[in-house]
Design a protein around this ligand. Structure first.
Ligand SMILES: Cc1ncc(COP(=O)(O)O)c(C=O)c1O
Length: 424
């Protein structure tokens, strides 16, 4: 072992979604500890993480309850599988809790390691159910422009971000990407696409209730009602991707509740364990489950690491904290406060084109020359706040435990970063 951690990292690691010059020793943001909304590096610098890592650290950093829950499960058994007719109490208890919390009708859960494999599982299971029903040609999947559903080949096929797909093809057969929920005529465009492809060939529509990657694309009035009608009419399974929005982020336990969405399948991950251990889940209706869980039929699908005891124990502890600390309601109130502060800022400076969002999923479009998003990001980082830049938009997804005072700090740093970026 030689050199600093940053040197070792630079020598040996492959960093996801990282430009070559970002992964150098001097540019790496090398964290060593965290408490609440703040993280620190080895030199003692600290930041408010207004991105909650990957929008997943809902409960904030350094929560002893989660560490204790993981440690207890690890000491008690270490690992147990859900494959080949085996089970364990942590997964059973989590299934029971999730059935209570998810949309009415969602009763069954397949545990995965993360979000991509939950989406992958949804795509495979709708195909499988159709194949068992004697209609194997009903296998195409429709996604949306700007949507993000992960990077495994199936999930990537429905991810509607062209740069992510480049160089990784050919992808499994899919039926393209339709307009996002904020665009006029988006639901009608979905129906047109289903009819063009032929409803007998379309198995599923995959969509986030509100897409963070499409820069917090807020659905238009009536969008979700119409989409659900269209899916029902053409017998297309609705796969709702709650990987980012699940577990309080939008001010409801699941974002689908805002529009009374009743999906056939729902994916979740991220805040399920507050990001502390890898875990995802695919929830489904009993009716969908019955389409493939038949006598004599064995499900040839699963991930070794999906639904391990420690991850399930951390998820159960996370759900306890969400409830006991009223964090779902807190996310609604904090989001309103943050959007209010940002709207004030917008009124005071000509730098903000739009502020939008729901709960603590908030996007701001900057009104300036292209490239300003990256500069604002860097200026905020220098001033001690981590956010996410998407082109020339900034997205805020802080831990749900963030206080009004901490939000003030975030907005003050944002304002200073805007001013510093404007001066150049
Ligand atoms: C909406 C959504 N779906 C799926 C995924 C993929 O999840 P994972 O990175 O755990 O594979 C993500 C990850 O950011 C996501 O935001």
């Amino acid at each position: 072992m030689s050199g600093s951690w940053a040197e070792m990292d630079e020598r040996h690691l492959v960093h996801p979604f990282t430009a070559a010059d970002q992964a150098t020793e001097e540019n790496l943001l090398m964290l060593v500890s965290g408490r609440g909304v703040r993280v620190s590096d080895e030199r003692g610098r600290s930041w408010i993480d207004a991105q909650a890592a990957l929008s997943n650290v809902a409960l904030g950093y350094g929560r002893e309850e989660l560490a204790t829950a993981a440690a207890a499960a690890l000491a008690e058994i270490g690992f147990a599988t859900l494959f080949t007719g085996r089970g364990h109490r942590w997964a059973a208890a989590l299934g029971e809790r999730l059935a209570e919390l998810t949309a009415p009708g969602i009763e069954r859960f397949l545990f995965t390691v993360g979000g991509s494999d939950a989406i992958e599982s949804a795509i495979k299971l709708v195909r499988y159910a159709n194949a068992l029903a004697g209609r194997p040609e009903k296998r195409k999947v429709i996604g949306r422009q700007g949507g993000y559903h992960g990077v495994s080949l199936g999930a990537l096929s429905v991810t509607g971000l062209a740069p992510l797909r480049e160089g990784f093809g050919p992808l499994p057969e899919y039926a393209g990407h339709v307009p996002q929920a904020h665009e006029p005529g988006a639901a009608e465009a979905l129906e047109r696409r289903i009819l063009e492809e032929g409803p007998e060939t379309v198995a599923a529509f995959v969509a986030e209730p509100v897409s963070q990657s499409a820069v917090v694309a807020m659905p238009r009035d009536g969008y979700w009602t119409r989409v659900q009608q269209i899916c029902r009419e053409h017998d297309v399974a609705l796969v709702l991707d709650e990987v980012i929005t699940g577990f309080g982020r939008t001010g409801r336990m699941f974002a689908g509740e805002h529009w009374d969405i009743r999906p056939d399948l729902v994916t979740m991950s991220k805040a399920l364990t507050s990001g502390y251990l890898p875990l995802g889940a695919l929830g489904m209706t009993e009716e969908f489950h019955a389409r493939f869980a038949r006598p004599g039929q064995t499900l040839m699908h699963g991930f070794s690491g999906g639904g391990g005891p420690a991850a399930c124990a951390v998820a159960l502890a996370t759900l306890d904290v969400l409830r006991d600390e009223g964090l779902v309601e807190r996310a609604a109130a904090a989001g309103e406060y943050l959007r209010g502060r940002l709207a004030d800022l917008q009124a005071r400076c000509g730098w903000i084109a739009e502020v939008r969002g729901i709960g603590l999923l908030v996007g701001v479009d900057l009104a300036a020359e292209p490239g300003v998003g990256g500069r604002v990001y860097a200026e905020m980082l220098r001033r001690g706040v981590i956010v996410r830049a998407y082109g020339d938009s900034i997205v805020f997804t802080p831990p749900l435990v963030i206080t009004d005072e901490e939000l003030d700090e975030v907005v003050d740093v944002f304002e200073a970063a805007l001013q510093a970026s404007a001066k150049r």
